[in-house]
Design a binder for this molecule. Structure first.
Ligand SMILES: Cc1ncc(COP(=O)(O)O)c(C=O)c1O
Length: 462
């Protein structure tokens, strides 16, 4: 390639570099199942290759790609690998990756209608698909954000605005000890202190007990505090537990509290009948987070926030400075008014394009496969001597432990990590360490699970 200070490529150079990049992606997707789940290098080895000043002179793009593969991509977990069962996997798909390439290459601006009316119309239509799948009313709307953390933050900022007029003094919010840390981080970020967050102990099914919530709210009211919101789990990260959404919905309505559901992990499953049944009551919440980069098979970053009354998002975030006066005069819908970002790309395209290409039926089947694989793993574990189920398969998560020693769980994670064949992680449930498998990758096979569990059993006995 000819070095130049216009930062320009000729059409032929673009094609060559583009095809080389596509080849790298195709090799990744086609070879994933046969390669290791993780390969790791030490910090010292990585720094030795990567720290240092930037190059002064040009390099051939093909050489840069080779360097990227050799020096960077060689050390990482493959979160889309069919035997990646750790944390929450992100089993992306090629259509989603191509959509991201288009968004980036065309530099699509989806902040204002003036600059991106077609993209914004597509994003609003895609949010509508998700809102409808969850049973939200016609007034609902929202936008795509970076992920569940940002979706929770956006929704809770809307709740603070709607319920408290942004005045947080004495305001209280309630959720269970199974709630994802992003909720606490969001609340801290928008100005709530630790004593305003009531983290209630979950019950034996890892759900928020409605009676305990009612007691806490009434005792706080008696103390002169201002309860304003409840955060319910629509699928916890730990066990897939779903809080009692119908009971929480009627309680919050009666008490005049905002109900937010963190469905970053589980709510995307509403696209399938099975998921929708597991999340009964989700259509009644005031706001909802869901993450297409988890159980809707999109590459990072793809989260979505839906608010029952979309206008509340606009009231929370809209500011109209003079340099944007044309934007606000000419535009029927500016997504920059509904969230934190002014400049924003079109995250919705990956989901929209994947659904156009594969169709909803394929998506429903892919979601259901997640449920079935966790149930399959549970049945296998129940037949393996020395292993106990700690929390049965629920929303594609199963947790379990080796009965001989609870410390074994952490050692086993380390051993599996080093082994590289499959990856799973541990958590703490009711004070005891347990292993968990999250099985939302539709490309996982029963044989993958059989071999992973056999390997785990072998390592536990070693
Ligand atoms: C239940 C739940 N909420 C929120 C999040 C945070 O989402 P993200 O990592 O996309 O910001 C996660 C991530 O796993 C999650 O499982």
């Amino acid at each position: 390639m000819t070095p130049n200070s216009r930062l320009d490529f000729t059409p032929d150079e673009m094609r060559r570099f583009g095809y080389q990049t596509i080849d790298l992606l195709v090799e990744h997707f086609a070879g994933l199942a046969n390669g290791p789940v993780a390969s790791l290098e030490t910090r010292a080895a990585l720094d030795a290759r990567l720290a240092g000043p930037p190059p002064e002179l040009a390099s051939d793009p093909g050489e840069v790609l080779k360097r990227l593969e050799r020096d960077v991509l060689s050390s990482r977990m493959r979160v889309d690998h069919p035997r990646f069962f750790a944390f929450v996997p992100s089993p992306g798909n090629f259509a989603g990756a191509m959509a991201d390439a288009l968004v980036s290459g065309l530099n699509i601006f989806a902040g204002t209608w003036m600059a991106g009316s077609g993209p914004i119309a597509l994003e609003m239509a895609t949010v509508r698909w998700l809102a409808d799948a969850c049973g939200m009313p016609a007034s609902a709307g929202g936008l795509f954000v970076s992920g569940g953390s940002m979706a929770n933050l956006t929704a809770l900022a809307a709740a603070r605005h709607a319920m408290l007029d942004d005045r947080t003094e004495g305001a209280m919010v309630y959720y269970s000890d199974q709630t994802h840390s992003s909720v606490e981080r969001a609340l801290r970020t928008i100005g709530f202190a630790a004593e305003q967050l009531r983290k209630l102990p979950s019950d034996d099914s890892y759900q928020l007990p409605a009676a305990l919530l009612a007691e806490a709210v009434s005792s706080d009211r008696r103390a002169g505090l201002r309860p304003f919101a409840v955060v319910a789990n629509a699928g916890t990260t730990n066990t897939g537990a779903v809080d009692p959404l119908p009971a929480l919905g009627s309680f919050c309505r009666k008490e005049g509290l905002w109900l937010h559901a963190d469905g970053a992990y589980g709510a995307a499953s509403c696209l399938s009948a099975r998921g929708r049944a597991a999340l009964d009551g989700i259509g009644e919440v005031d706001s909802l987070s869901l993450d297409p980069h988890k159980w809707l098979f999109q590459p990072f970053e793809c989260g979505c926030v839906v608010v029952r009354d979309a206008e509340l998002l606009r009231r929370t975030f809209r500011i109209t400075p003079e340099y944007l006066q044309d934007v606000h005069r000419l535009s029927p819908a500016n997504l920059c008014d509904y969230g934190v970002q002014l400049t924003r790309g079109l995250r919705a395209l990956k989901l929209w394009m994947s659904i156009q290409i594969f169709g909803m039926q394929a998506f429903r089947e892919a979601i259901d496969r997640g449920f079935q694989l966790a149930e399959y793993a549970e049945q296998r574990l129940r037949r393996m001597p020395g292993w106990d189920i700690v929390s049965p398969a629920q929303m594609a998560v199963v947790s379990f432990r080796y009965t001989e020693s609870t410390n074994r769980s952490e050692e086993l994670v380390k051993a599996m990590y080093q082994d590289g064949y499959a990856m799973l992680t541990s958590t703490v449930l009711k004070g005891q360490t347990a292993l968990r498998l999250c099985t939302i990758n539709p490309r996982t096979t029963e044989a993958d699970l059989d071999r992973t569990l056999a390997r785990l059993d072998h390592l536990a006995r070693a």
